[in-house]
Design a protein around this ligand. Structure first.
Ligand SMILES: Nc1nc2c(c(=O)[nH]1)N[C@H]1C(S)=C(S)[C@@H](COP(=O)(O)O)O[C@H]1N2
Ligand SMILES: [Mo]
Length: 321
């Protein structure tokens, strides 16, 4: 009998947030080790619970005691335009995305480029749970428990050279599996990028799971980026290529509307989107209804200023929005 059976945890069904919370409490008592949410090792869910955040975790920004978004909301209210532009399109259409085998090409300015399986990309790195706020540029936010590895730990192994000033990311764009890619809503494939120091920041996560389980397709399985101090669109999903580059890479939303979506896109209540205010957000958490969730003030760098503001010292954040 494995741990999952012992705890009578259903493996297939969508677990409600309350069940997840209970399970984490039980696992915390058992002292279970955190596991990456990848196929085959998902039975040991992470031990951390919001009740047991250490002062160190809180200081690092790795966790928060804020109310979690319900798993059902985080997995049915999505932006993943490769599967359509409505919030429920990804959860309805992405189940057919084949996430295994999955290969990631890592190249550009580095000493050890390579094409690796997802398993090899993260092999030997210590899996972590991070409970992060996620603020979408559209004005809503969630609190999501992710599983993954720090991006910097994964990137260091490729030995980026001094020419690696930025990191570019590319999503899969397969029209046979992704119906949205057949429409020119964006210039496919979806592309994103970070400055190298942002990529190496301890908060930046390469996620393979959420809510103690493997990442669902609609949330960017099997591998997506999570950069909690930036608007959600920087968190590129279903990554197939990571490239070390010298110049600021082209990014999908900036290419589509440069006046509305900057390269940096740090969450900033003082810089409004040209078509709406960014001063507050609808927090989708707990039993709050998605469309009428309470508005709360948006914080600079999404509340991670203590951890990241120093990277932007001396920069005009209105100009570099
Ligand atoms: N490839 C790809 N990545 C993407 C998107 C997308 O359309 N395609 N949408 C982005 C946006 S706008 C947001 S807010 C987050 C949403 O992540 P979630 O659905 O897991 O909450 O994914 C981001 N990553
Ligand atoms: Mo977003």
């Amino acid at each position: 009998m494995n741990l999952r059976e012992a705890l009578r945890i259903p493996s297939a069904d969508v677990t409600e947030e309350s069940v997840y919370r209970d399970r984490r409490r039980v696992l915390a008592m058992l002292g279970a080790v955190p596991a990456l949410g990848i196929a085959g090792c998902s039975e040991a869910a992470p031990p951390a619970s919001t009740a047991t955040i250490t002062p160190e975790q809180a200081k690092a920004g790795f966790s928060t005691a804020e109310e979690l978004t319900r798993e059902l909301d985080a997995t049915t209210y999505n932006n993943f335009y490769e599967f359509g532009t409505n919030k429920d399109d990804p959860s309805n259409a992405a189940k057919t995305l084949r996430t295994s085998p999955w290969t990631v090409a890592v190249g550009g300015h580095c000493a050890k480029p390579g094409k690796l399986s997802l398993e090899d990309l993260i092999k030997g790195l210590s899996p972590q749970e991070r409970i992060y706020r996620m603020r979408c540029v559209e004005g809503w936010s969630m609190v999501i428990p992710w599983l993954g590895v720090p991006l910097g730990d994964a990137l260091k192994r490729f030995e980026p050279t001094s020419k690696a000033k930025y990191v570019a990311f590319t999503s899969l764009a397969d029209p046979r599996q992704m119906p949205g890619v057949r429409s020119p809503v964006l210039d496919w494939p979806y592309r994103e990028g970070l400055r190298i120091d942002e990529a190496m920041n301890p908060l930046t996560l390469l996620a393979t799971g959420m809510y103690g389980k493997t990442l669902p397709q609609q949330n960017g399985a099997p591998l997506r980026l999570v950069v909690p101090w930036k608007y959600g669109f920087k968190g590129i999903k279903s990554i197939i290529a990571i490239t070390f580059v010298e110049r600021m890479p082209k990014t999908s939303w900036n290419m589509s509307q440069a006046s509305e979506y900057g390269f940096f896109s740090n969450v900033n209540p003082a810089v409004d989107h040209p078509r709406w205010s960014q001063a507050s957000e609808r927090r989708i958490a707990g039993s709050a209804s998605k469309l009428f969730a309470e508005r709360i003030p948006t914080l600079p760098f999404n509340g991670y200023a203590a951890q990241v503001a120093s990277m932007y010292a001396g920069m005009d954040l209105k100009k570099w929005f």
